[in-house]
Design a protein around this ligand. Structure first.
Ligand code: SPV
Ligand code: MN
Length: 677
């Protein structure tokens, strides 16, 4: 008997051949909801016609009504049935009163900003263009527990993932979304992850009923309506967000029903009953998860990295850097004298002569804590000048924002993330409420920063000469070191990155966690595959980047920090020289250390300070025992995962052996002079 072709497969290939790739998922959806459709094995064309008829019956009249004539025409002009259906499907389910379809026109962006104020999701501050938004008291950070991957039966992500059976997840989220936007407006946004026209950019559609989220997306991402219009069969990521019922403070009322569900199969993310940007702004960390999967399939890297230009002798050299949240990523790419391309997410591609990176964003959602005039003069300037800025979860008194570490005198009372605040206010468990949340943020556009690098708009990206990894590590790593080679760097630095937890996620702070590539929270593929992909990524590349490790959080035995906040400027200059082969190195069991003779003049030149040999010795004494324990700890963790590449264990074992030999000869703590030949 001949094989009977799977009807869905037949329809899928037909749709693909006609440029309607995304349509397939809608067909499947229609099949699940409609008893009017039966799929004929032999005639996919009939099926398509039936489906078109159904579209006509359902979405179009509804969309016309909700969008109004202008909005509907704006959508129709895209000539993209998959898009129309996606929006129609969720308009039907969520039942917004009206739909606002945003084009790239400045008036549309302006309208959204106005709505955020009118709806009370943002309030104006004294400086023109500044607004404040508050998230709910328990909605102040990314919610890892309720962020789950929806996995169909055939998908295996391996251990360490928070997953939910797809059908069950879709059913649950659809029931949560049912009628959730009644009385509200749905914003439809067309956006780009990366510069328009870059071969490396990804496109996305965000649906949200929050004007604050829509406003944030406008500051952070490039509008792409015209790009969609010019490319009717453009593939795109999709996001559906609802803040849900709002309480009297306009914050999401039902935190027990907060869900962030990621459907990797359909490049679709749902986020419900939350407002915190990390949970709701689709193009940020929700897109990063989808991008990591796509990158794996297409052989590029989607990373939690800044991109910056460091100045050398008459040149600008580009670096990326991966740090867990709240560990100095933004402050590194914002250091004085250098250039920022982006502070959070980079897509890395192979070029003929090296690795190139694009910044997917056009703005910054930065942690505001400790931003002050001395340490962050350029951010400070934007935060204290008229212009478009959203502050979130800070304290407001007399329309002036205050945050932790701003260096200003603290008022006695005001409004903060707990509502009306006064000194000594406690929460329901009797804990004192800080005047501003430690994860309070600012949202601004990159081009308002004096040190932005226009290269952030370069569709080809910038060529990366060095990749930096750093975490919150009080007792193990030195402040600066170089890996022996790519494999050693990927395994002992990137994949062995540990960090003490911070306020950027809900939960206890200060616990040491393995955070491979600082991307652990956003991984959407098995860890072993992700590491393997990194290991092989530079194969065949003529001039691959050099991998470095840094540590800004090293402490002495008394528990005091032993490097200054400004030292990173020197470390960057050393790395810049190093990638051009202009400074020397000391080989140690964990990598190459800088030489005192070459750091000393850099401290003079960059910070106008005299770096003493004693300081150097304190910073670069190898904490061999701690490093050995770290290797053991990491090996043990990796042994608990399936399918970790064998080289991870052998490279860690080699490093362990080098450390054991060094400890035998020199003791647990080894001054750098030992390595001088
Ligand atoms: C981070 O926490 O790493 C951020 C902000 O960049 S969030 O959008 O919450 O991810
Ligand atoms: Mn981040």
């Amino acid at each position: 008997m001949p094989d009977i072709p799977n009807p869905l497969t037949a329809v899928k290939s037909l749709l693909h051949s006609r440029g309607y790739g995304n349509h397939f998922h809608y067909l499947k959806f229609l099949l699940t909801i409609s008893d009017k459709i039966t799929l004929k094995n032999d005639n996919p064309d009939t099926f398509i016609n039936q489906q078109k008829a159904l579209i006509g019956m359902t979405s179009i009249p509804l969309m016309k009504k909700k969008c109004g004539p202008r909005g509907f025409q704006t959508l129709a002009d895209l000539r993209n049935p998959a898009l129309m259906e996606f929006i129609g499907r969720y308009a039907r389910l969520c039942e917004p009163d009206t739909i606002f379809v945003r084009t790239d026109a400045p008036e549309d962006a302006h309208y959204i900003r106005e709505q955020a104020l009118l709806q009370g999701e943002e309030y104006p501050l004294t400086l023109k263009g500044h607004t404040v938004h508050f998230d709910g008291y328990y909605d102040q950070a990314r919610d890892k527990k309720n962020t789950q991957f929806l996995v169909p039966p055939e998908m295996t992500l391996g251990s360490g993932f928070n997953t939910l059976e797809k059908e069950q997840g879709i059913t649950e989220i659809h029931s949560l979304l049912q009628g959730i936007m009644k009385g509200k407006k749905l914003y439809v946004l067309f956006l780009a992850l990366g510069p328009l026209a870059s071969p490396f950019s990804i496109y996305a559609v965000q649906l949200t009923d929050s004007a604050y989220v829509a406003h944030s997306e406008d500051i952070l991402y490039r509008p792409a309506y015209e790009w969609f219009k010019a490319h009717p069969s453009l593939p795109f990521f999709r996001y559906v967000h609802s803040a849900g019922v709002l309480d009297e403070r306009n914050t999401s009322a039902h935190r027990d029903r907060r869900r962030i569900y990621i459907d990797l199969e359909d490049d679709l993310v749902f986020s419900v009953n939350t407002q915190y940007a990390g949970n709701t702004v689709g193009l940020k960390k929700l897109a990063l998860r989808l991008a990591i999967q796509k990158a794996q399939q297409e052989d590029w890297l989607a990373e939690h990295m800044f991109i910056m230009g460091v100045h050398g002798d008459g040149r600008r050299t580009y670096f990326t850097g991966a740090f867990p949240s709240a560990c100095g990523k933004t402050s590194t790419c914002m250091v004085e004298g250098e250039r920022i391309v982006g502070d959070d997410i980079a897509y890395l591609h192979k070029g003929s002569d090296g690795v190139y990176a694009i910044n997917v964003e056009r703005g910054i959602l930065g942690i505001i804590r400790d931003v002050n005039s001395e340490d962050d003069p350029l951010i400070w300037e934007v935060l204290n000048s008229p212009g478009e800025v959203i502050f979130s979860n800070i304290l407001v008194t007399d329309n002036i924002p205050y945050w932790q570490g701003d260096g200003k005198e603290l008022p006695e009372s005001g409004t903060n993330f707990s509502g009306s605040w006064y000194r000594g206010k406690t929460d329901s468990q009797g804990h004192e409420i800080p005047f501003a949340h430690p994860n309070a943020r600012y949202t601004l556009r990159l081009d308002t920063l004096k040190n932005h690098d226009p290269a952030y708009e370069d569709p080809e990206g910038v060529k990366i000469k060095g990749i930096i990894y750093g975490g919150r590590d009080s007792d193990t790593w030195p402040p600066l070191f170089q890996s022996f080679d790519w494999i050693h760097g990927v395994i002992t630095m990137a994949a062995s990155l540990e960090s003490e937890t911070t306020s950027a996620t809900l939960g206890k702070e200060g616990v040491k966690e393995l955070n491979p590539m600082a991307n652990r929270d956003f991984l959407s593929i098995p860890l072993g595959k992700y590491i393997e992909h990194h290991l092989s990524f530079i194969q065949g590349i003529e001039d691959p980047p050099i991998i470095f490790g840094v540590n800004y959080f090293q402490k002495n035995e008394q528990g005091e920090y032993i490097t200054s906040i400004h030292d990173k400027q020197v470390w960057l200059k050393w790395m810049e020289h190093r990638v051009h082969g202009e400074v020397h190195i000391l080989p140690t069991p964990i990598g190459y250390f800088p030489l005192y003779e070459e750091l000393h003049p850099l401290f003079e030149q960059v910070l106008h300070t005299s770096y003493s040999y004693e300081q150097y010795e304190t910073h670069f004494t190898l904490r061999a025992q701690e490093n050995l324990q770290k290797m053991e700890r990491i090996q043990k963790i990796y042994a608990s995962f399936d399918h970790i590449p064998g080289s991870v264990f052998s490279v860690l074992t080699d490093q362990k052996q080098r450390l054991i030999t060094a400890i035998d000869h020199h003791g647990p703590s080894i001054p750098p002079s030992v390595w001088v030949q």
